[in-house]
Design a protein around this ligand. Structure first.
Ligand code: XMP
Length: 589
């Protein structure tokens, strides 16, 4: 068993980043519910209290068990966690007048404790909301900014630390050094590594599976493919049956590519079944993104059952495998205070029942994406496969926007932006939104990030902003129309072709590695009565998909891609999504 550090989750999307940073420093870290009783936390060598969207004064704001402060374990409170620790230990927290985010210059007053390796001044990503007016007994101020005293507090005797800023975000300088010193103070053994994980997980897979076999659905994405390779390594070819259900919503030639890559690395018991017609007909008439996700998830399940029956797999001999990774279990609402952003397809009800009954093995469910990639490389999978951009399980099914209505809106002349008659998913203040995108009238060549952020923050009807890269219509965009349509094989092909152009040009221009993920989205939207549809380009930079920024690529890239996409006369506009996450999400649905 590893020595571990726990992150108590108060609902901030950054709880994952904290756990991931701790693991990068060689210590296994996991996320637990904020209210977990202290006696269940005794085995941890350190406790980190995460940030969260609420104020400690909000009526229902989450609290931790105050007894954790008597465990004799070092505690690091971050932002909300910092304020809560002060409130619970007798400090005075005062409500902030304004809540603003940004980088501040932090002066380290004492190079002690968690600041032992930090220079005397660093840029820190602050979240000014409530502030600590008077620290609890035993605490001293060890850092401050011009606007905020007590930005960092320490109780050296009890080994408690509190930070008003976020050391886990990359914008904060020396954030990793701060965590590194906290771990040193925890005196925790640094024995977490992927090599170690492989060794232990192989043992654990063998133990869990016994003399049974595993039936695994391989979606075509990195996670399930790596999971398949790991299971095959642990159990051998004969005891792992990989099934790739081609739901017709994969990228162009994707199923074939995955099979080829896995075979290259010596993993080969993967079978592809084409079920595209079933999936497309189940999606007919559906518009709501959550409903589409559930339909795809449930049908996956049914296909799996049918296949198991066809292959005459005796349920007493076979266990179901899944390539679920750590954030998947949390994004669905795996901890109490992380609000449900969307239902993950690995966690639809039927699957959850099986998991609860112990009939599922999820060997990489502890890992973050970067760790899954490292694992893939270590298992010998080709670099090009492991570094493919993430692709959602429901595939293009959540990148084809549908509409049950026909509508045209005229744009008011002279306005800097116009609200478009379609909707997409976003995430604001830890909650999911389903709102309209706005079309910015500024040139797509400009840097529109600031305008997009300000616009979304100030207008409750909008959760993203797009610019126009190219279009097959006359004049300036003066009206937008949405037409009635659902997921069809023709629309899938339009999107697959556009998506393929994007991937190819990214490789040609050596830009593939410069973006973390690049969803290409099809929307039943056209301008100035041109008919046809729009393709939306959504390149993002991210570390772990929890937050992301709109990637900035050279204009020549967009020009080239747009010109090629517009050769398809069913597409009349190419748009570029310039929204960060939050307030947008990476996907549009
Ligand atoms: P969002 O859109 O929430 O996406 O910013 C974050 C990351 O998760 C992926 N994603 C999914 N992956 N099943 C998956 O396997 C899903 O239902 C799903 N929805 C989003 C998305 O592609 C991005 O990498």
């Amino acid at each position: 068993m590893h020595e571990k550090v726990v992150v108590l989750d108060f609902g901030g999307q950054y709880a994952h980043l904290i756990a991931n940073r701790i693991r990068r420093l060689g210590v296994y870290s996991e996320i637990q519910d904020a209210e977990m009783p202290a006696d269940q936390l005794k085995s941890y060598k350190g406790i980190i209290l995460s940030g969260g969207p609420q104020s400690v004064y909000d009526k229902d704001s989450p609290k931790c068990d105050p007894a954790i402060f008597n465990l004799g374990v070092p505690v690091l409170g971050i932002c909300y966690g910092h304020q809560l620790m002060q409130q619970l230990l007798g400090g005075k927290v005062v409500p902030g007048k304004t809540k603003e985010y940004g980088l501040s210059a932090l002066r380290i007053k004492q190079p002690v404790g968690i600041f032992r390796k930090t220079p005397s001044s660093i840029k820190a990503w602050m979240s000014h909301g409530d502030t600590v007016e008077a620290p609890a007994g035993g605490f001293e101020e060890i850092a401050a900014t011009d606007d905020c005293k007590n930005s960092a507090l320490m109780d050296p005797k009890r080994r408690f630390f509190g930070l008003q800023f976020h050391p886990e975000v990359t914008h904060t300088e020396h954030g990793m050094d701060i965590f590194d010193q906290f771990l040193a103070i925890c005196k925790v053994t640094r024995d977490w590594s992927i090599e170690q994980f492989i060794e232990e997980e192989i043992k654990s897979i063998k133990k869990k599976i016994g003399d049974k076999k595993v039936f695994l659905l391989v979606s075509g994405g990195v996670d399930s493919s790596v999971c398949f390779a790991l299971l095959e390594k642990a159990l051998g070819k004969k005891r792992v049956y990989g099934l790739c259900v081609d739901h017709g919503l994969m990228r162009k030639d994707e199923a074939g590519q995955v099979k080829k890559y896995l075979a290259q690395a010596g993993f080969e018991n993967l079978h592809v079944v084409d079920k595209s017609e079933e999936f497309l007909s189940a999606l007919t008439g559906k518009i709501d993104p959550e409903e589409k996700r559930t339909i795809i998830g449930d049908l996956f399940w049914k296909v799996k059952e049918d296949e198991a029956e066809r292959l005459e797999l005796n349920p007493d001999e076979w266990i179901m495998g899944q390539g679920t990774i750590y954030p998947d279990t949390i994004e669905t609402g795996g901890t109490k205070h992380a609000s449900k952003i969307k239902t993950h397809h690995n966690r639809v009800d039927l699957m959850q029942e099986m998991i609860n009954a112990g009939k599922v093995i999820e060997p990489i469910a502890q890992l973050y994406k970067d760790e899954v990639r490292e694992l893939g490389e270590k298992l010998g999978l080709p670099h090009a496969m492991v570094w493919r951009h993430p692709f959602p399980g429901p595939g293009l099914g959540v990148r084809i926007l549908c509409s049950g209505e026909e509508k045209t809106v005229e744009f008011k002349s002279g306005s800097d932006y116009h609200i478009l008659p379609i909707k997409s998913v976003g995430v604001q203040g830890d909650f999911r939104t389903y709102r309209h995108p706005a079309l910015l009238m500024a040139s797509a060549k400009e840097d529109n990030e600031r305008t997009a952020t300000d616009l979304v923050n100030s207008n409750p009807d909008i959760n993203r902003a797009v610019t126009l890269v190219g279009g097959n219509f006359e004049g300036k965009a003066a009206k937008a129309s949405v037409k009635k349509c659902f997921v069809t094989s023709e629309r899938v092909r339009i999107l697959q072709t556009a998506d393929d152009i994007v991937t190819r040009v990214l490789h040609e221009m050596d830009l593939y590695g410069a973006v973390w993920q690049f969803p290409v989205v099809l929307a039943p939207l056209s301008f100035n009565g041109a008919g046809g549809e729009s393709i939306i380009l959504r390149p993002v930079e991210s570390i772990d998909a929890m937050s992301a920024s709109a990637a900035k690529l050279p204009w020549e890239f967009y020009e080239k891609v747009s010109a090629e996409i517009l050769k398809d006369d069913r597409v009349s506009a190419v748009l570029l999504d310039v929204t960060n996450k939050p307030p947008g999400t990476i996907e549009w649905e």
